[in-house]
Design a protein around this ligand. Structure first.
Ligand code: CAA
Length: 281
């Protein structure tokens, strides 16, 4: 395993490309348009420059890491990689289309991983002729900081593929946790209902948004309150994951809060859109 392709140069994809390049892998960062990749590379450069400023990395090391990342706008570049980590939008149609194409393009030995936060790996794998080589690698945001990677076994994922991905996860300085393929896996099955409940608490007028966040920060030692965290993740992503849990389990305990739906309909998507539960300048 030497060459890794990351598909999607957004918040997650650029973070994944950064940690892989820092661990010494040759990385191809792919997105639909050159400007998306440029933006992702800009974020990586800014993160690494902060490390240099803090004396945690030399300027030479920064250049070396950046030199390991190649920009790409063509899925055909998957021809020369050993692992693909897909971090495109959370949409099953888009993901299955990408995986079907990758299956045609990538060499036989190439492992196809998805950074999906809640979609079934087994269904994504079924879009390919190599379901044994399809696996979930769920990173947490912000990727350069958070230690966890949930590794999700699809129904057909081969043991040696799991082992390879576990080894790579450790090599990039993360801690792997093995998870079976059920809606929301572990992280979002527990995190999202908590966030949804915080939104219900606001919706029902139990407390103000600031006070709800204070309770969880000061009372439970969470680094961010749940409403701030929801803004940070993206309210559209939170809603999408709640819908996936609701549909996947058929249990009303996962119904998304109407206030969450309303905010998403208004385009108040959190930090990325400038407004969610809070306003961002
Ligand atoms: N990218 C890269 N590095 C970042 C960063 C970012 N976006 N944000 C912060 N950092 C780095 C800082 O540079 C700093 O690094 P050093 O220790 O090397 O100096 C370090 O993180 C701490 O940052 P700060 O002191 O500025 O701020 P903080 O102490 O408040 O930490 C935080 C920021 C790490 C984001 C913290 O608030 C936190 O842990 N928040 C909760 C994050 C969380 O729950 N993530 C999971 C989201 S759910 C998910 O991702 C799964 C899903 O599918 C939805």
């Amino acid at each position: 395993m030497e060459r890794i392709m990351v598909i999607g140069a957004g918040q997650m994809g650029s973070g994944i490309a950064q940690v892989c390049a820092q661990a010494g892998y040759e990385v191809t960062l792919n997105d639909l348009k050159a400007e998306f990749v440029e933006r992702g590379l800009g974020v990586i450069k800014k993160n690494l420059s902060r490390q240099v400023d803090k004396g945690k990395m030399t300027a030479e090391e920064l250049d070396k890491v950046l030199g390991r990342i190649t920009a790409s706008n063509d899925l055909q570049d998957a021809k020369s990689v050993d692992l693909v980590i897909e971090a495109a939008v959370e949409n099953m149609d888009i993901k299955t289309k990408i995986f079907a194409q990758l299956d045609e393009i990538a060499p036989e030995h190439t492992i196809l991983a998805s950074n999906t936060s809640s979609l079934p790996i087994t269904e994504i794998a079924a879009a390919t002729n190599r379901p044994e080589k399809v696996i979930g690698m769920h990173f947490m945001n912000p990727v350069p900081v958070m230690k966890l990677v949930e590794i999700i076994r699809g129904l057909a994922t081969a043991d040696e593929v799991y082992q390879t991905i576990e080894d790579i996860t450790e090599k990039i300085g993360k801690v792997p946790v093995e998870v079976n393929d059920f809606p929301g896996f572990v992280a979002n099955r527990i995190l999202m209902p908590m966030i949804n409940e915080a939104i219900y608490t606001l919706y029902e007028g139990v407390a103000s948004k600031e006070d709800i966040d204070s309770v969880m920060k000061l009372g439970m030692n969470h680094p961010m309150g749940p409403l701030t965290l929801a803004d940070f993740i993206g309210l559209d992503t939170c809603l999408y994951i709640m819908e996936t849990l609701y549909e996947g389990f058929g249990d009303p305990k996962y119904r998304p809060c109407p206030l969450l739906r309303k905010y998403v309909k208004a385009g108040w998507l959190g930090k990325k859109s400038g407004r969610g539960f809070y306003v961002y300048e």
